[in-house]
Every structure is written in structure tokens, then in C-alpha cells.
Design a protein around this ligand. Structure first.
Ligand code: SF4
Length: 217
């Protein structure tokens, strides 16, 4: 893929989905701890479902200290609708306890520290870094994987390799927003089973667009 093609995709995504990572993130949070917990809960569900449970979860357990000493069963009941609720409840209670006792109640911002927390992988860590701290971080989920491959931004298959490919294509301050823009475009237009190429604003620059819709940029 040429530089011009990447720049055009990036520019078009900025036009369609303006804003930085914090603006584009649909999860509701007030503190980095709340964002971390919300992101862990967001696996395999929608942001809307997460937002509907975190309100009562954070009202009941507002701090890392409170959540870290919460009964796992009670947390599981509160987050039931997010799915995988037993595992998620164990993770958020354990990570709250670690943040309380190892980090003095403050969420760390370094990737190497974040990824040692229970239930926190590279994707979640990069969400917290880019959305809350405004640090370089490019979360790769299923939408980012699919769109990166279809657009021709990356031929890699693993999230870590795709992250590396994308990170060299755009500057650090675009990593977080690019990830969220690809997610939004994946949900709206470039869906997994039925991509709407005929009405896709990126079709002129997309390696996978059918020739019938691929016009010269
Ligand atoms: S042209 Fe089609 S495959 Fe390419 S990004 Fe748009 S919807 Fe996806």
C-alpha cells in the first residue's frame, strides 16, 4: 500500500469520525480505574450493555479499594448482563485489589505494568493508555483486524502483528483514534458478514472493494 493511499484512508476516517480517542470512546467513565474496569467488562458485549451495568457497579463500589474487597458473587450479579460474568467478576475484583495494594490505588500507565493485571491484555491496556492518558496505544480488536486486512493496511493475522503494522503507518498521536475509527466504520459499514462496499466512503482506497464500486480517488 502506498503512502498516498494510507493518507487518504486516514483523512477520510478523520472526516467521518472526528475527534481524539477520548471523544470517540463510547464507554462511560470518570477515572482511569473506571475505564479499566469498563474495558475489561466490554469483552464479547456492546459498550451500551457495559454502560448500563457500570453505573450501578461504580455506585456500589466506587474505588479500587472498595471493589478490591467486594464479594465476587455480588459483583457477578451486578455485571451479569455483560456475559462471562463469573470470570469478569473475578478479574475486576482481583485487578482492583492489585491496584490498591501494589499501585497505591492509582492505575499505572505503562503497558508492561497494565498487562500484568488480571484480565488485562494488550488491547485493554492500549485502550486505557490512549483514551484516558492520551499516550500512544493502538488497541486491536476483531473490527480493527478485519478492516486492516480488507483495506490492505496489514496482511498480518495476529493482533500484535497488526498493531505493529498499523503503528508504522500513522503517527503516534493517531494510534488511539485510528483504532476507534476503524471500529466505528466496521460496525457501521464494513461489517463482518455483509460489508456495504457500495456505500462505503473508503471504497476508492480499499484493496477489497469490488471493481464495480472502486472509482479512482
Ligand atoms: S470498500 Fe468494502 S471492504 Fe473496503 S472498507 Fe469499505 S465496506 Fe470494507
Amino acid at each position: 500500500m502506498g503512502r498516498q493511499q494510507i493518507d487518504q484512508i486516514s483523512k477520510e476516517l478523520d472526516r467521518l469520525y472526528p475527534g481524539d480517542a477520548k471523544t470517540l470512546c463510547a464507554l462511560r467513565f470518570e477515572t482511569p480505574f473506571q475505564l479499566l474496569v469498563a474495558t475489561v467488562l466490554s469483552a464479547q458485549t456492546t459498550d451500551a450493555v457495559v454502560n448500563s451495568v457500570t453505573q450501578s457497579l461504580f455506585a456500589r463500589f466506587p474505588t479500587p479499594e472498595a471493589l478490591g474487597s467486594a464479594p465476587v458473587d455480588e459483583v457477578a450479579r451486578l455485571i451479569y448482563s455483560t456475559g462471562f460474568y463469573r470470570t469478569k467478576a473475578s478479574h475486576v475484583v482481583a485487578l482492583a485489589d492489585r491496584i490498591t495494594h501494589q499501585y497505591g490505588g492509582e492505575v499505572p500507565s505503562e503497558l508492561a505494568e497494565l498487562t500484568t493485571l488480571p484480565g488485562v491484555g494488550r488491547k485493554t491496556a492500549n485502550v486505557v493508555r490512549s483514551v484516558y492518558f492520551g499516550l500512544p496505544g493502538l488497541p486491536v480488536d476483531t473490527h480493527v483486524t478485519r478492516l486492516s486486512n480488507r483495506l490492505g493496511l496489514s496482511n498480518s493475522q495476529t493482533p500484535e502483528a497488526i498493531e505493529q503494522d498499523l503503528c508504522v503507518l500513522v503517527p503516534e498521536d493517531r494510534w488511539g483514534s485510528l483504532s476507534l475509527q476503524l471500529i466505528l466504520h466496521g460496525r457501521r459499514i464494513c461489517r463482518a458478514k455483509t460489508p456495504s462496499c457500495f456505500r462505503c466512503e473508503l471504497s476508492a482506497y480499499c484493496d477489497s472493494a469490488p471493481s464495480s464500486v472502486r472509482v479512482s480517488p
